[in-house]
Design a binder for this molecule. Structure first.
Ligand code: AMP
Length: 389
């Protein structure tokens, strides 16, 4: 995840910058000020409680703020990150933010402080007041907002300074220059995150050979449960002996075994920038297992890709492969090929559909030459590595 707080006095440009960053890095935008204005617009009890304080340029109570923030955060459990604008504004809110992040098993990456001198803040807000329609963009209230900022909000900076989690940016420069500085900071933060790709596709769609090549190109670790099981069989381990028959007939190996294998690999990563999972999750149960294993490592699935190849073409490819020495034991006969296609359809397609309900699954055309498919895949992975994950 990528969780960022934009900090600075009123008029520093937090809202302007947020609009772009939210799009570019695929973040959920949390502006407490905007949420409060929505509550006021809708005439809710919360909104009515806040109205007088906002009109006077004061800070709304931490109690109200925690309620509106918690709602948005818990409504977006699969978010790839949050951008906070106007929060935390008090010391107490900094602790609230910490607590919320812990609940999501994540943390704030950093706080970016856009600093501008007071006279610029005032002149920008007065100009905005001509068109914003905001009841707090007038000179008296602006002065109060700035006083509140200095008294209650500036100390929050120290909280993040002490943790080595803050960046200062000169907010008086043109929007694009400020934006480029922020982007540089966020891209550096992203590099610290793992990029985890799940590659789906029917047997014969090329997910194995493509996945392996993509892992090489982008410095990712390739995790293919099929090959791991194969290795266990080759080494004649206890697991290997248990699963030999299922493996050869194309049946799915029990989840208990798959979990153990994956757990072992995740616990001993090879220093890669992330993982490519091929052949897992194959069942709904495995999708829960993978989510929780990744979460245990403070990570999650960053991108899901489905390689799409028409059934006739799949059969043609698998049949062709069965006549070569690249033949896998499970595609040695037509019966086994059909069985594997069926397994995918009945067990794995529901997993893809489950993901589709709450996140994007990118479909990539898997027909054409290896290079053509590789290029399509590379483009999606490349773009994915530059957005939040
Ligand atoms: P903003 O849109 O961020 O400038 O906020 C407008 C007004 O909403 C502020 O002056 C405060 O009265 C109130 N407000 C917004 N966010 C907070 C917050 N995190 N804590 C307390 N009051 C807030």
């Amino acid at each position: 995840m990528l969780n960022i707080a934009l900090f600075g006095p009123p008029g520093a440009g937090k809202g302007t910058q947020s609009a772009y960053l939210v799009e570019r890095f695929n973040l959920i935008y949390i502006s407490t000020g905007e949420m409060l204005r929505r509550e006021m617009g809708a005439g809710t009890q919360l909104g009515e409680q806040a109205r007088g304080i906002i009109a006077a340029g004061g800070l709304v109570s931490d109690e109200i703020i925690v309620q509106i923030i918690e709602k948005t955060i818990t409504e977006n459990p699969d978010a790839s990150g949050f951008l906070f604008d106007g929060f935390p504004r008090t010391f107490v809110q900094a602790y609230i933010l910490d607590g919320l992040m812990i609940k999501l098993n994540t943390s704030l990456n950093c706080l970016i402080n856009l600093h501008i001198p007071e006279d610029i803040s005032v002149s920008r807000l007065l100009r905005r007041g001509e068109t914003s329609g905001r009841l707090d963009d007038n000179e008296t209230v602006i002065r109060n907002r700035l006083r509140e900022y200095h008294e209650k909000t500036v100390p929050v900076l120290q909280f993040y300074r002490d943790k080595g989690q803050h960046h200062d940016i000169d907010g008086t420069r043109p929007v694009e220059e400020v934006r480029d500085d922020i982007i540089r900071i966020l891209e550096k933060e992203l590099e610290k995150n793992l990029f985890n790709l799940v590659l789906f596709g029917y047997p014969g769609s090329g997910r194995g050979s493509q996945g392996f090549a993509i892992a090489e190109k982008f410095g990712l670790e390739y995790i293919a449960t099929g090959s791991m099981i194969h290795e266990e069989i080759d080494n004649n381990t206890a697991i290997g002996r248990e699963v030999t028959e299922m493996y050869q007939t194309g049946e799915l190996v029990p989840d208990e075994i798959v979990v153990r294998l994956i757990e072992k690999r995740l616990a001993n990563p090879k220093g890669a920038r992330g993982f490519i999972f091929k052949g897992i999750p194959r069942t709904l149960v495995q999708s829960y297992i993978l989510d929780s294993l990744l979460r245990k490592h403070g990570s999650g699935i960053s991108k899901i890709i489905n390689l799409d190849v028409p059934v006739l073409e799949l059969v043609r490819r698998l049949d062709a492969r069965s006549h070569t020495d690249r033949r896998m034991p499970y595609d040695a006969s037509t019966g086994n090929i059909v069985k594997r296609l069926k397994e995918h359809e009945t067990k794995t397609i529901p997993v893809i559909n489950k993901y589709r309900q709450h996140r994007e699954v990118v479909t990539i055309d898997g027909t054409g030459t290896f290079e053509q498919v590789f290029e399509r895949l590379s483009a999606v992975v490349e773009a994915g590595m530059h957005t939040s994950r």
